[in-house]
Write a protein that binds this ligand. Structure first.
Ligand SMILES: Cc1ncc(COP(=O)(O)O)c(C=O)c1O
Length: 996
């Protein structure tokens, strides 16, 4: 057990995530005894199971997969840890569960040998994210404009720590200042006293700053500068409300984050705080009307001259000066945040100088530390500075001599030779921008805009998804996430370091050290041009292969663009999710959640990925794991010959089956709910749950929401499974009337329905129950199924049983014996059937060896059927999820056929999308969703583990009405390959000969 548990999350997601917002108090690690006591109480209260805590199998306690999922969710909540969904599969008995859960609460030591200490002890989540996008480098050395990794590989740094490395790495003059401090022995920390270097630095800053600024309050970071400024403004005005702009970035402490305009950074932490409002950036009229309509309310307006993290967003000319005038008029303190734009970044010492703006408060940080120390500064006017603030605000490290001396050296460097460095930034920045503009002209379909000034530039990437059909780069572009892939390519192939801006994933920032030379800039632009050249081929496979293999720049083979993706399919016209739903009023709308079953599914969708080898494809799947929110993979219109139409969106969840099962229940439900929300936004009134989205949500039971109907698609899946078995029997020339059919998991909801359907076909029906159940309970449960079979044969009467079938035998016997619906009559008949071996009720899986046909519908999490349990020629339909049969059986036993069920041919042959199925076909679970939509039956169907024979029959009727027919067979998630089928036929016919 411990071995199995330690595997969980070794690769893939970081292990043990404490889930925020889940518990009311601090989290303590629970002991095995506490866990057992909790489990006893929970199973009693929720499942009415009287269990005394002695080791027992969960299945034996009567906990099936649905109840198991519920239990898991409750455990997660109580323990406040993420428990992967697959966990229950691994834990088959209650003793193991307690021990495993104790282990899961301990911080992971797994992978210590290979993981970096940063990953292990600092931030495993960030480490994983960096690994996902392949920028997980450790830089061990740096000099000037270059960073060096552990292999000594050099990378040109065009990120410069968001502008905090103004003079390249390890600038001599800054280290000289540090050396001088050491030689002088000035105390680094000597608060409270009249700090010498801090005073000199403040004086220098005030000399350089726009007129009107009088005092400097020192801090240790950008966010801390923002916090100090907000306090100062509140005290100066006696007001509390703060106004800032949407998409702004001011840092991540409470106040600064409240002023930041990015809900995703705030909402998880109960932010923004009350009293923070956001208006459109660049819109002075919006500012005027907001302040005018809230007279005397706002203490301050905080604004960046250029929004850095907001995507290098430059406001219209005149904006900042208009802002100044408005703030003056209304007595609102103007805080200009130059943490990123300040100190030469845009080619001026301060960006607000371009419009001659005189802020009440000006904020600095980043470059002030010369690329060596963290430091920040708040420059303020006499009017906003006050005794209260001065005496009540402090910070231990603020104004320390080390930071002050470094900052002084920074200012010296910036002002040396009459501001030569700033002129360099102006000239080279303008030239760099020109080159980028020329590049934009070459790639108008990839670059929509070059933004910014000086060495603070941004490349806005774009891609019209209609031109990138069925392409993951197109999806990334549509989702505004393309810049990170381009940055990864540039790092791995071109060895140039770029990054997206924080708030906008579609903008690649170009932010070299101020000292970057023309050669550096040319090298960076050449690299960008080559990368865009590869991207323009719209070939995800080539792009990823190059970055995975770190191919040499210039050696990346670019596929011919015209042949790459010009064949824009019908999907393109209606795939982008931005597009309005656009359904005609006579069309019912549905959604369907899909996900890649495995890495190969990615290549089924985006065929360019077929250039990757299996290992690389797996790496690609790892990269995509949860990287993008649910998106529309394709759309389709289904037109029934009965006259109704249904339009649906196939919504892709970017997790493979294995990845979905690694998520905690909480995470899995959250991502699926997002998919359902998207379907709903598009007008869907029913959503079907494909593959593991149904499994991890307890057959949809945990996703039920008012206002939208759900279906797991299980009823039609069962119907199609039976039809598929009929088809195989027909095609192999085997008569049902002499065959034995086994149902594994016969006592379950799906198994019992299937047993009834099979009893109308097969000469013998073997009901195989859960061996974990005690003999008596096991038999009682199977007896109930046998009664369903008998009653179905005698009294349902819709479908005539096949001659020789168990149902036909029942009718025949009943005709002779005058059987009534009385239990005793029915039970007598069952005894007779058992005596004839027409019905077998057993908990012994070895009985399977007697079967010609088998159906597996267990809720047992793990392999139930192994290769030794099947006689040659056996046909198995496995509809259990997780599967009851390992995929390895395909190789081990080519003489048996394992199918998942049927693939359905749709009326009018619409193309559903590239999901490993032929055009014009759909999987049965999709088909059920379509049938319900065509019918306008917007109700929850086939939810949870409950299924009934009537619903299955109804689905069959609907299929007939709307022209849905069986198209082919499906095996292990894919249409059965012809070669596979032929091999089986050859071996199975050999068997028939042998038997004969
Ligand atoms: C404009 C602006 N303000 C404030 C901050 C926050 O600075 P820090 O990360 O040092 O807290 C940043 C950081 O990117 C910034 O760009």
């Amino acid at each position: 057990m411990s071995e199995a548990i330690s595997e969980v999350g070794n690769r893939g997601r970081p292990q043990v995530g404490l889930i925020q917002t889940k518990t009311d108090g601090p989290v303590s690690i629970k002991t095995e005894q506490e866990i057992t006591a909790w489990l006893i109480a929970y199973t009693q209260a929720h499942f009415n199971i009287a269990w005394d805590g002695t080791p027992a199998s969960l299945a034996d306690l009567g906990i099936d997969s649905l109840s198991g999922a519920e239990l898991l969710g409750a455990l997660e909540h109580w323990l406040a840890v993420s428990i992967p969904v697959e966990f229950l599969d691994r834990v088959t008995d209650s003793t193991g569960l307690g021990a495993a859960l104790v282990a899961l609460q301990q911080p992971s030591k797994a992978g210590l040998a290979t993981a970096s200490v940063f990953e292990t002890f600092v931030n495993p989540f960030l480490a994983r994210k960096l690994e996902q996008i392949r920028i997980d480098r450790s830089f061990v050395r740096a000099k000037g404009a270059f960073l060096y990794d552990e292999d000594g590989e050099a990378y040109l740094d065009f990120l410069a720590q968001y502008g905090a490395v103004p003079f390249g790495h390890h600038p001599e003059e800054i280290w000289s200042a540090v050396d001088a401090l050491r030689a002088d022995a000035e105390p680094v920390f000597a608060q409270p006293s009249l700090l010498v270097s801090a005073g000199r630095l403040a004086q220098r800053l005030i000399e350089l700053a726009p007129p009107g600024l009088r005092y400097v309050t020192f801090t240790n970071s950008g966010a801390e500068s923002v916090e100090a400024a907000l306090k100062m403004a509140r005290h100066a005005t006696g007001r509390t409300r703060i106004l800032s702009t949407k998409n702004a970035f001011h840092g991540k402490t409470f106040g600064a984050l409240s002023a930041t305009g990015k809900p995703d950074y705030q909402s998880h932490f109960g932010l923004p705080l009350a009293g923070f409002d956001h208006i459109e950036y660049g819109d002075a009229t919006a500012l005027e009307s907001r302040i005018a309509s809230h007279a005397g309310v706002y203490a301050a307006f905080i604004v960046e001259p250029i929004q850095g993290e907001g995507g290098v967003h430059v406001p219209p000319k005149g904006y900042l000066s208009a802002v100044e005038a408005i703030c003056r008029r209304h007595g609102v303190v103007l805080i200009v945040d130059e943490v990123q734009t300040g100190l030469g970044r845009t080619g001026a010492m301060f960006a607000c100088e371009y419009e001659g703006v005189r802020p009440d408060i000006l904020l600095l940080s980043k470059a002030l530390g010369g690329g060596v120390v963290p430091v920040g500064a708040v420059l303020s006017t006499q009017a906003v500075y006050s005794e209260k603030f001065a005496l009540k605000h402090s910070s231990t490290f603020a104004g320390n001599a080390l930071a002050s001396r470094v900052a002084l050296a920074t200012l010296d460097r910036l002002t040396r030779n009459d501001g030569e460095l700033l002129r360099h930034v102006q000239v080279e920045g303008a030239r760099l921008k020109q080159r980028l503009e020329a590049m934009r002209a070459r790639f108008p379909h990839l670059v929509s805009e070059i933004r910014g000034q000086g060495f603070m530039l941004g490349i806005r990437l774009c891609a019209d998804r209609a031109r990138w059909p069925e392409n993951f780069l197109g999806i990334a572009a549509q989702e505004g996430e393309l810049a990170q892939f381009v940055a990864s390519y540039l790092l791995n192939v071109e060895r140039v370091r770029f990054a997206p801006t924080l708030n906008r994933g579609d903008v690649l920032r170009v932010q070299p050290p101020l000292t970057a030379t023309r050669e550096h800039c040319d090298r960076a632009v050449d690299a960008l041009e080559r990368a865009l050249g590869v991207l323009a081929a719209r070939d995800t496979g080539t792009f990823f292969r190059a970055l995975l293999r770190r191919e040499a720049p210039g050696h990346v083979e670019i596929p011919n663009v015209s042949s790459a993706a010009e064949a824009i399919s019908s999907v393109a016209s209606h795939s982008p999710s931005h597009q309005s739903a656009g359904a005609a009023s006579d069309e019912h709308r549905f959604g369907f959640l899909i996900h890649p079953l495995d890495a190969q599914s990615y290549a089924d969708y985006d065929r360019s990925l077929n250039v990757l080898n299996a290992h690389e494809l797996a790496e690609f799947a790892m990269s995509m794991d949860g990287l993008i929110d649910p998106v529309i993979g394709s759309s389709a219109l289904i037109e029934s010959p009965a006259g109704t139409k249904a339009r649906g969106d196939f919504i892709m969840i970017s997790h493979t089956a294995a990845q979905l099962r690694q998520l905690s229940q909480h995470e899995a439900i959250a991502v699926l709910a997002k998919g359902i929300r998207l379907a709903r936004e598009r007008g869907a009134r029913i959503v079907g749950l494909g593959a593991y989205t149904s499994v991890v949500s307890g057959g949809g039971a945990q996703l039920l929401t008012p206002g939208i109907a759900l279906t797991s698609g299980n009823s039609y899946t069962v119907a199609a499974g039976v039809e598929a078995l009929d088809d195989v029997m027909r095609r192999t020339g085997r008569p049902w009337g002499t065959s034995a059919a086994a149902v594994i998991g016969a006592a379950g909801a799906i198994g019992s329905c299937m047993a009834v359907l099979l009893s109308r076909r097969a000469a013998r029906v073997l009901l195989i129950g859960n061996p974990a159940h005690a003999r008596e309970t096991g038999r009682a449960r199977l007896l109930a199924v046998a009664r369903m079979i008998v009653k179905g044969a005698l009294f349902a009467g819709e479908e005539a049983p096949f001659p020789g079938s168990v149902a036909a035998q029942i009718r025949h016997a009943a005709g002779r014996a005058d059987v009534t619906a009385r239990v005793s009559d029915v039970d007598d008949l069952i005894v007779q059937l058992e005596a004839n071996c027409a019905l077998v009720l057993t908990g012994d899986i070895r009985t399977l060896r007697e079967a010609d046909v088998a159906l597996a519908a267990t809720s047992f999490p793990g392999d139930v059927i192994d290769e030794t349990l099947l006689q040659p020629g056996t046909i198995v339909c496995d509809i259990s999820r997780p599967r009851s049969i390992p995929a390895s059986i395909v190789k081990a036993r080519p003489d048996v056929l394992v199918i998942d069920g049927g693939v359905i041919a749709l009326p009018g042959s619409p193309r559903i999308g590239p999901y490993g199925i032929a055009p014009g076909t759909a999987f049965a679970c999709m088909a059920e969703t379509m049938l319900l939509a065509l019918e306008g039956r917007f109700e929850n169907v086939s939810i949870g583990n409950t299924l009934d024979v009537q619903e299955i029959a109804r689905q069959q009727q609907l299929a007939r009405k709307h022209g849905f027919t069986l198209a082919g067979l499906q095996s292990f998630g894919r249409p059965l390959a012809e070669a596979h089928w032929q091999r089986f036929i050859d071996l199975a016919s050999h068997r028939t000969v042998q038997l004969a």
